[in-house]
Design a protein around this ligand. Sequence first.
Ligand code: ATP
Length: 133
Amino acid sequence: MQTFRVNVVTPDGKVYDGDVEMVSVRTVEGELGILPKHIPLVAPLTVGAVRLKKGSTVEKVAVSGGFVEVRPDQVTILAEAAELPSDIDVDRAKQAQERAEQRINSAKQDDIDFKRAELALKRATNRLDVAGK
Ligand code: ATP
């Protein structure tokens, strides 16, 4: 099966660099599956898992927003933050999840803190999901 190069980079450095058969990302408009020779595009990402498929293995990376750039020879995911399952601190994510839930319960819905807590909750839930917890 044909492969193509995928890079996941954050302001802190490279998180993933490898050849895959398919990558799926969560854009603001929905899930996008990318196969070799996909048309070039740039799309904004939401909080979600990037799935990297090669053979019978699927690797996941937790991504907290950013952009995906599809070029003929490679796909680059420029993420605000990104972690492989092995780099996810589960206790930290659980604490972030609890903190966000408490804020959501105490803040008013049109409050800026409510929106920030909602996003923090999404990041924490996504990390726990990618870590398999
Ligand atoms: P927290 O409240 O725990 O800081 P957060 O969602 O606000 O979580 P981010 O602002 O998304 O954190 O990320 C800041 C940095 O910390 C990034 O480099 C990110 O990769 C890292 N990070 C955040 N949470 C975790 C985690 N649970 N495990 C490993 N790295 C994490």
